[in-house]
Design a protein around this ligand. Structure first.
Ligand SMILES: [Zn+2]
Length: 165
């Protein structure tokens, strides 16, 4: 909730009571909830919050990277708390625009070390590494037989997926 408050503060938005109860309901449930699920849950608690407000608050939580948006092909989206997920960083190809997410615990360790040395408590991180992806590098090179991927490159991080399209 502190992270949500600081995100809203950055965006110059207040943490209203409605935003707070919606975020708390999602965080406490630990489940993948739709807007309708959250509306029902809040109604049971005697909180009267409109679906439009729930939807807008969930969008803010997604933008703050505190919630993940899931589409299981049900015709509506579900949302879940994301704070338990491993931190990830991004590699961005400057040629084709591909965004690759990766997890590298050494970055977390380094972050903790830097924060401790400089007396900070960490609230978030944005690490974006720019470069050329394998495909774009290959497109620039003349095709040669027997290209060998280096082992060091494979071990550089745990690739967990791509964003966008
Ligand atoms: Zn590329």
């Amino acid at each position: 909730m502190d992270l949500f408050r600081s995100y809203l503060h950055q965006q110059r938005l207040p943490l209203t009571r409605q935003r707070e109860v919606i975020a708390m309901a999602l965080f406490e449930s630990g489940e993948q909830l739709s807007v309708d699920d959250l509306a029902d849950l809040l109604r049971e608690r005697g909180e009267h919050v409109g679906k439009a407000t729930i939807y807008r608050t969930l969008s803010l939580l997604v933008q703050a990277e505190l919630a993940g948006e899931l589409n299981f092909g049900e015709g509506f989206k579900r949302y879940e708390l994301q704070a338990g997920e491993a931190r990830h960083d991004h590699l961005i190809c400057t040629s084709c625009g591909r965004v690759t997410r990766f997890v590298q615990p050494a970055v977390d360790e380094l972050q903790a070390q830097i924060a401790a040395e400089l007396g900070y408590t960490v609230q978030g991180r944005r690490l974006e590494i720019f470069g050329l992806c394998r495909e774009c590098q290959a497109a620039l090179r003349q095709p040669r037989s027997g290209g060998d991927a280096s082992a060091a490159e494979e071990a550089a991080g745990v690739e967990i997926g791509e964003e966008g399209g």
